[in-house]
Design a protein around this ligand. Structure first.
Ligand SMILES: NC(=O)c1ccc[n+]([C@@H]2O[C@H](COP(=O)([O-])OP(=O)(O)OC[C@H]3O[C@@H](n4cnc5c(N)ncnc54)[C@H](OP(=O)(O)O)[C@@H]3O)[C@@H](O)[C@H]2O)c1
Length: 230
């Protein structure tokens, strides 16, 4: 029986590249986006089996998406927590709305989706891959809300591993540097996107973690452009 994967934010960028890699590895793949049409269209384009509506900021939306996923797949072997948002401001320019969006999406969204999927993942020694960021270990100026959300996600992910590794749960954290995706479209600044990683680069290190021998666990991968950080 094929392994079953669920990936949040799979219609674009890094998520779409990881979902495409999982299809090529023979997984049955479900991806989500906030809008059902967007998820369904992207799923069709990359050969994923399911496209689900899921807003990770809404507990009800997460519950409905995971219920629908489990009804279709009958279980889950791999969760990829990828959905995220980024906006960059110094602290004095960070509004309540920007702070809330970053923490609620990146950090609380990861908690909600993971908790909803956990019973199924524990059924068969499942895996969680978290798409974090170098900003999960290193603070940069002008991005306090993003950095706080990513440090928080890392803390949550490490707690998850510590709590459930003896029940067979495998937690892999990927910390990429800048990747050329639509997330940069609305971020002000003179970014040289040609020097960034490509989404496929992140998908390939995820593939390496998946293929690691069963007796080993790739716990954390930091990936940057060979030419150095931007
Ligand atoms: N690009 C980088 O430089 C970089 C570097 C390190 C880490 N990351 C991380 O990589 C992840 C993916 O980002 P990306 O760069 O690939 O950007 P992206 O193409 O903009 O993808 C972000 C995804 O998150 C989803 N999303 C946003 N808010 C959501 C919500 N409330 N509920 C559900 N889904 C939501 C979006 O779904 P919709 O389809 O609904 O819009 C979208 O598919 C993020 O966690 C980001 O922090 C990015």
């Amino acid at each position: 029986m094929s392994a079953r994967a669920f990936l949040t934010g799979g219609a674009s960028g890094i998520g779409r590249a990881i979902a495409t890699m999982l299809v090529s590895e023979g997984y049955r793949v479900a991806i989500s986006a906030r809008a059902h049409d967007r998820a369904a269209t992207a799923a069709g384009e990359i050969g994923a089996e399911l496209g689900l509506a899921c807003d990770v900021r809404s507990p009800e939306s997460v519950r409905d998406a995971v219920n629908c996923l489990l009804e279709s797949f009958g279980g889950l072997d791999l969760l990829v927590n990828n959905a995220g948002v980024a906006e960059f401001f110094n602290v004095d320019k960070t509004s309540e709305a920007v702070w809330a969006a970053m923490i609620d999406t990146n950090l609380s969204g990861t908690f909600r989706v993971t908790k909803a999927c956990l019973p199924s993942l524990l059924d068969g020694g499942g895996m969680v891959i978290n798409v974090l960021s170098t900003a999960a270990r290193t603070a940069f100026p002008g991005s306090s809300a993003y950095v706080a959300s990513k440090f928080g996600q890392l803390g949550f992910a490490e707690s998850l591993r510590a709590e459930y590794r003896d029940r067979g749960l495998r937690v892999v954290n990927i910390l990429p540097g800048a990747v050329d995706t639509p997330i940069w479209d609305n971020i002000e600044g003179d970014w040289d996107r040609s020097k960034m990683l490509r989404p496929k680069d992140v998908a390939e290190v995820a593939r390496t973690a998946l293929r690691a021998p069963a007796a080993t666990l790739v716990e954390e991968i930091r990936l940057g452009p060979a030419g150095g950080a931007l």
